[in-house]
Design a protein around this ligand. Structure first.
Ligand code: 5GP
Length: 197
């Protein structure tokens, strides 16, 4: 997705060989016009997958997930990381090791929002080692629902999550794929593919 790549080039800050900061449009301040385009793109890529629900994780997955839900006409559920006093229902839980915070979190979704008739699209902001995606898959599958696809805004293809998800048979669609963050520079997989072609 060209618009997203341009935004990463213009505003992304490489914090280290493994971490990209995109606080100006995705992780802190949110660019609604870009989110709208992201929603359209995910909806287009998954339009034939029979999606009935979207599942994401708070907080940075919510904006792209909601815009996609709007386009596909389905509800969006976000897994919670903190135990809330109002979350009194039967819970589907999983344990996720956070790449950025380097700590283990229990994530939870109320079982009332998912069941075996659902075909779920999982959406998240970043894919690194796949821990968040694995946790969300576990929650969806515990409910009896089917994981019909995984949509990622920014995939860091040099980390192991993308390969793991594809090898496990999930349909993965990433809107920007980063080949490397070495020497403070973002290199996209798509650019390398153009050079090779
Ligand atoms: P994973 O669970 O795939 O190892 O990491 C994905 C999660 O960690 C995402 O939900 C995202 O919040 C966070 N994350 C991973 N890598 C990055 C990164 O380079 N930049 C930012 N801003 N978040 C990241």
């Amino acid at each position: 997705m060209k618009l997203l790549r341009k935004k990463i080039e213009d505003e992304g800050i490489v914090l280290s060989d493994g971490v990209l900061k995109v606080d100006s449009f995705l992780n802190h301040q949110i660019d609604p016009a870009l989110m709208k385009e992201i929603g359209l793109e995910f909806a287009n890529r998954f339009k034939d997958a029979g999606i009935t629900k979207i599942v994401t994780i708070e907080s940075s997955g919510i904006a792209p997930a909601v815009m996609t839900g709007l386009e596909l006409g389905v509800k969006v559920i976000f897994a919670r990381k903190r135990k809330s006093l109002t979350l009194t229902d039967q819970l589907l839980v999983s344990s996720v090791y956070s790449f950025t915070k380097q700590e283990e979190n229990t994530i939870a979704v109320s079982s009332q929002f998912l069941n075996e008739t659902d075909r779920v699209l999982i959406i998240d902001d970043f894919l690194a080692n796949g821990e968040a995606a694995k946790g969300l898959i576990e929650i969806v599958e515990k409910s009896g629902a089917y994981v019909a696809g995984i949509g990622i805004v920014i995939e860091k293809s040099f980390q192991k999550g993308a390969e793991y998800l594809k090898e496990s048979g999930y349909k993965l669609e990433s809107l920007a794929r980063i080949h490397s963050l070495k020497e403070g520079k973002v290199t996209f997989v798509e650019e390398l593919e153009v050079v090779k072609a």
